[in-house]
Design a protein around this ligand. Structure first.
Ligand code: GCW
Length: 682
């Protein structure tokens, strides 16, 4: 039902396996909270809600640890000396947000303890404990110590103040500015619960294409109300800072970061914010990109801009996330090179509370991009990852695409910056270059649709982002497994085939949209559906023809040493791999090379035939997804079953649209027949 749609992965459906249900009930006689902070209170509420659903019975809240088999939770400072002394090893393993879940003995009676160094750590432990029950895991003898590997795990909402959401496909913005601050929608609380359950600890409320009004007292009062709502859940609020705000709302003549009045304006503004929100996280800034104002308007550079804001928030412990997504119409030889050339020379010059936020690839959230060459290239500057959870270029909320596969591919990529094994994950978790501030951002796919994300399976992308933000080394398959069990069913006849479907869905979309390294050939502006023919836009690098460069001689963007030389922005080992068509992974082939239609692929096919077959494969994969899903009616409520069925039907239709449009368009250049296995356009 719509109920289930709304509840995300926190369904807390009754445990079906009777043996396990008996075990759970016997191990959870009562729950004992050792503290009474706001966070522990919401943790206690969550446990009661979760357990009453999972065990279909009310579990009593006890004041003391008597009897046996209590579920005890509280932070380190609330623990008795005799409990504490046996946990030294575990406490050494975790940081401030980590937790321990352990079967312990008190007066020779068994209990389960959930603890951590802070209340939020305990809360995360509570969610992990509930997850054990949601995913059919025994709690006979638990012994878990876990902690996040990245500090700032944050959602970026591209939400405008009029509640439209840029690149949002799930309704309007959750933030009801008109009713705030006095009306606290239950949605805000459920949003916070969902985020806390996966360890997300920050949210940027408003669009990076920013409106300065968010910084006026009228709005800050509303932001404060949201911050108060999220605080018990361990979620800090951040805002985007429009660089020209001193002019627009401050009445100054300039926003030049060298101007004393401007500096002072930001200092005062920051003070005002922290007075309302003492734990305000800081600012996210898009500057001198796609028409946004920035320091370059005044002949200054990114460092000047970022450091000015960093100085304003530093006294309060805030950070500045400065985006590296920049490209201009003036430097059009290869857009992929611009961010690197604008930022890398400044390595080491940013204040230590600045973190540079880099998209996963050098163009823009394509179905597949090689990792951004900035990762690993600025060892003296912390870099954070920006992933897009909302599916701007991947079929909006209509196509089913399991993104943790994409995220994981990027995180595992080897930058070779400090030798083999210098993965992107190690750059952003700070371990490669020893950074204290670390971060990962996901552009949210959340709106006020009943199911939050438009497509029931797009919930998995929010979930999976959070899990990978917690630990970038997790496996996307394990994440799919737990998400399916928590969201739908533990029945193996459901979990196994549908997991298979999820895991294949990312490659399917690559195949029917942009196989073999093609990119940015979506129709212009909205980016939905094919548009490889578009060539009339005012800026060259907005036109799909700029990216595929198809002509009679072949197709692809030569970024190798014979072309734009973008490969030189990678470490020599990586550059070497990409530069040589023989070693360049075929999945990235046309990203790095312009090749003739007769070029022989590894499977012996010509490039033209191979590409056509990939498009067909994408269509076939969606058909396989449909047939898998069509057998799942018995395991899923009717509402969600039908929704997904209809969406997959659209996806199949549109996969064919992509195949036909792209192949017919490219065929005018290749001048070749389609291989037999490719269905003729209808
Ligand atoms: O992906 C592109 C989008 C813009 C977006 C921009 C950015 C917020 O098409 O809508 O603007 O990137 O990331 O700044």
């Amino acid at each position: 039902s719509a109920q289930e749609d709304y509840k995300l992965w926190l369904q807390y459906a009754k445990v079906q396996d009777s043996k396990l249900a008996t075990e759970y009930k016997s191990k959870i006689n009562g729950i004992v909270a050792l503290e009474n902070s706001e966070t522990i209170q919401v943790a206690s509420k969550e446990l009661q809600l979760g357990l009453s659903g999972l065990l279909d019975t009310k579990i009593e809240v006890q004041q003391n640890i008597d009897s046996e088999n209590a579920l005890i939770f509280g932070s380190k400072s609330s623990l008795d000396e005799d409990i504490l002394k046996n946990l030294k090893k575990e406490f050494d393993q975790i940081n401030d947000e980590g937790y321990i879940i352990k079967t312990i003995q008190v007066k020779s009676k068994n209990h389960i303890l959930i603890t951590g160094k802070t209340d939020v750590g305990v809360f995360y432990g509570v969610f992990h404990f509930l997850r054990l029950l949601q995913t059919k895991t025994s709690i006979e003898n638990v012994n878990i110590a876990d902690a996040p590997k990245i500090n700032v795990r944050i959602l970026n909402h591209w939400d405008n103040l009029n509640r439209t959401v840029e690149r949002g496909y799930a309704g309007f913005s959750l933030w009801n500015w008109q009713k705030l601050p006095d009306f606290i929608d239950q949605r805000y609380i459920d949003y916070a619960r969902a985020n806390a359950s996966i360890g997300i600890n920050g949210t940027v409320l408003n669009n990076v294409n920013a409106n300065a009004l968010i910084l006026t007292p009228q709005y800050l009062e509303k932001v404060e109300a949201l911050a108060n709502t999220f605080r018990p859940y361990g979620i800090k609020v951040y805002l985007t800072a429009r660089f020209s705000a001193p002019i627009e709302i401050g009445g100054l003549k300039t926003a030049d970061p060298y101007d004393a009045e401007v500096k002072n304006w930001w200092k005062e503004k920051t003070k005002e914010i922290y007075k309302r929100i003492p734990d305000f996280g800081g600012f996210l800034v898009k500057a001198n990109s796609e028409g946004q104002p920035g320091p370059q308007n005044y002949g200054r550079n990114h460092v000047d801009g970022a450091n000015m804001l960093a100085d304003a928030v530093a006294p309060f412990g805030g950070i500045v996330m400065w985006r590296a997504f920049v490209y201009s119409e003036h430097d059009v030889d290869d857009r992929a090179k611009q961010a690197y050339s604008e930022f890398v020379p400044y390595d080491g010059q940013f204040r230590n509370n600045v973190i540079v936020q880099v998209k996963n690839g050098a163009i823009d959230f394509q179905p597949r991009e090689p990792f951004h060459p900035m990762f690993g290239a600025m060892p003296k500057t912390p870099l954070m990852m920006e992933f897009q959870i909302t599916q701007e270029y991947l079929g909006f909320s209509t196509h089913l695409v399991y993104l943790p596969k994409l995220f994981q591919e990027v995180l595992k990529s080897d930058t070779y910056r400090k030798g083999k094994g210098s993965t992107v994950a190690k750059v952003i978790d700070g371990s490669l270059d020893n950074h204290k501030i670390t971060g990962i951002a996901g552009v949210a796919n959340i709106g006020n649709d009943i199911n939050w994300t438009g497509h029931p399976f797009a919930q998995a992308n929010w979930y999976g982002f959070g899990r990978l933000a917690w630990n970038p080394n997790l496996d996307s398959e394990a994440i799919a497994d737990e998400w399916l069990r928590m969201t739908f069913s533990n029945d193996e006849n459901f979990v196994n085939p549908v997991k298979e479907m999820l895991l294949k869905s990312r490659e399917a979309v690559v195949n029917y949209m942009t196989p073999l390294g093609l990119h940015h050939i979506m129709d212009t502006g909205h980016h939905y559906g094919p548009g490889p023919w578009v060539s009339n836009l005012s800026r060259p690098e907005w036109n799909p023809v700029y990216y595929h460069k198809a002509d009679k001689n072949g197709i692809g963007f030569d970024r190798s040493k014979t072309g734009s030389k973008a490969t030189t922005q990678y470490a020599p080992e990586a550059a070497k791999i990409f530069d040589d068509v023989k070693t360049c992974p075929e999945k990235d082939l046309l990203w790095f090379h312009h090749l003739s239609w007769d070029y022989k692929l590894k499977n012996g096919q010509t490039l033209w035939n191979g590409m056509a077959l990939k498009y067909q494969e994408g269509v076939d994969e969606v058909a396989a997804m449909q047939s898998t899903w069509n057998k799942m009616g018995n395991y899923v409520d009717e509402h969600r079953f039908k929704e997904v069925q209809m969406l997959l039907n659209i996806q199949h239709k549109e996969a064919k649209w992509w195949r036909d449009a792209c192949l017919l368009y490219f065929q005018q250049f290749s001048g070749k027949e389609l291989p037999k296995r490719v269905e003729k356009p209808t």
